[in-house]
Write a protein of this length. Structure first.
Length: 495
């Protein structure tokens, strides 16, 4: 008896009577859906690697990776904090700088300690060398920071300690020894001289898309469903964000400048020429947020929108969804002030007609803060809703993640059947989870009717997939007929 993997045995050439066992791959009946709530966030920080995506799942992760939150509109920590409060739980964060940022340093016994990352957070790093009370030749080097944590290294010489720090992937500092390493002695020093540089320009957030990717382009291939350049309100970036979102299957959340007017916002959008379902543009009515570190802050609406969408399944819209943590807006003022300016129907009509969304209070569901339109910047009525962008990207990315295994297979009726089975199974699972409405809402064709021999002879295989989405209730009309003369009829309602 011989055991073969599938495809290794040519059963037409057997001439020795024996038992032949072939191990077949498990049949793939459906594809697992891709993450639909992962947020790609580009912003500034007082610590952390520059231009590198960092996985963040909680506020503790963010503080460890990027240091304390800063009172800046572009701060990564503030944006993550806001989005987490709305229900998001999965981030890829990229730190940007203007290039003038510096790392904190200090000298202890002639040995130079340099913060592993640039930024002002490094100025709070304390290095302490203590001598063992029993074995006096042993010393302990402790590197501490109130937010970034502490690291401890033990050794008998600076050379040993430097090697231990170099081997630690989580180290807060690196050590530079002089030509002759000094003897260890007890002492302490606080690093200084670290700086964040000045506020980065728009192109630092956009970044480069070369061999080394930075800024927004560092999010390529990270599986993000949503993206934002935190605090960036430059209209010249909108078309670049839209193009990136379209290429990556990412819904970009952009915003206008703080304190904007409706007329100016519409004019800026028209001048920028942005008209795409890949980008959502929020009006420049920035929001007040009570930060647990920096107090009341005026922040961009981007993180609120990304956070609420990141906590919803892809067929859902941001429309009318209650937001947490908003204590006011530029138009309405702080809640505590008692001011209550709201948007008129005419103002909302002007915004939505221009393809611009806004966060306000009240909304159709009641007196709470929420996204008022649930729209993107597309002028096409069939594609201008949040749900279209997110569900289209979700289905496309799910198919893209698993159907490549069929490339290289022999074109046959078996292949056509396998392709149909996987696609139908995937869409059926979406019905079961409520993403699609019913099994009658999709169809898949992959057979000889759309794969003629002239095409398959050249190696082409085509699968035609049609999917009908569930609509979003945007215009709810209730017809009320009242009066003493009304004749009331009852019956079983149609489903």
């Amino acid at each position: 008896m011989t055991i073969y993997q599938s495809g290794q045995l040519n059963t037409n050439s057997l001439n020795v009577p024996d038992l032949y066992v072939q191990i077949l791959r498990p049949q793939t009946l459906a594809l697992n859906g891709v993450p639909s709530g992962r947020i790609g966030l580009v912003g500034t920080a007082a610590w952390g690697p520059v231009g590198t995506p960092v996985i963040i799942g909680a506020m503790g992760d963010c503080l460890s990776a990027f240091g304390p939150k800063q009172a800046l509109a572009s701060d990564i920590g503030t944006a993550v904090n806001i989005a987490l409060l709305q229900g998001a739980a999965d981030f890829r964060c990229v730190r940007v700088t203007d290039g003038t940022d510096t790392a904190a340093t200090a000298t202890l016994d002639g040995v130079t300690l340099t913060a592993i990352h640039t930024g002002s957070a490094g100025n709070a790093i304390v290095a302490t060398v203590t001598q063992d009370g029993i074995i006096t030749t042993n010393y302990t080097l402790t590197i501490t920071h109130a937010v970034l944590g502490s690291r401890t290294y033990r050794g008998t010489t600076w050379t040993v300690l430097a090697a231990a720090i170099a081997a630690d992937s989580t180290a807060l500092v690196h050590v530079t020894l002089p030509a002759t390493a000094p003897l260890l002695s007890a002492g302490t020093v606080t690093l200084a001289g670290g700086s964040d540089g000045v506020a980065p320009g728009t192109m630092a957030f956009i970044g480069t898309d070369g061999v080394t990717r930075t800024g927004m382009y560092a999010l390529r291939g990270q599986g993000c469903a949503l993206g934002l350049l935190q605090g960036v309100s430059d209209s010249t970036s909108w078309t670049m964000q839209a193009a990136f979102g379209m290429s990556e299957g990412m819904y970009m959340i952009a915003c206008g400048p703080a304190g904007d007017t409706i007329a100016n916002a519409a004019a800026m959008k028209a001048a920028a020429g942005v008209d795409s379902y890949a980008i959502k543009l929020m009006f420049g009515d920035w929001l007040w947020w009570d930060d647990d570190t920096n107090g009341d802050m005026l922040v961009s609406p981007q993180a609120f929108v990304a956070g609420i969408l990141g906590g919803l399944s892809p067929e859902q819209s941001s429309l009318n969804r209650e937001l947490s943590g908003v204590i006011g807006s530029q138009k309405a003022g702080l809640v505590s002030s008692g001011q209550a300016a709201t948007y008129s129907t005419a103002e909302l009509s002007a915004l939505f007609g221009a393809g611009i969304d806004v966060i306000c209070n009240p909304v159709p569901g009641g007196s709470y803060w929420a996204v008022r339109g649930g729209i993107n910047t597309s002028s096409d009525g069939d594609t201008d809703d949040d749900s279209y962008t997110r569900l289209t990207n979700y289905i496309a990315e799910t198919i893209n993640s698993g159907m490549g295994t069929f490339v290289g297979a022999v074109i046959s009726t078996t292949l056509f059947g396998d392709i149909r089975a996987v696609l139908l199974g995937t869409l059926s699972n979406m019905v079961g989870s409520g993403i699609l409405g019913a099994t009658t809402d999709y169809a898949v064709v992959c057979d000889t009717s759309n794969n003629p021999q002239a095409a398959t002879a050249l190696g082409y295989v085509r699968a035609d997939v049609q999917v009908r989405y569930q609509g979003i209730n945007r215009f709810f009309v209730v017809n009320l007929q009242g009066g003493a003369s009304v004749t009331v009829s009852t019956g079983t309602p149609a489903t």
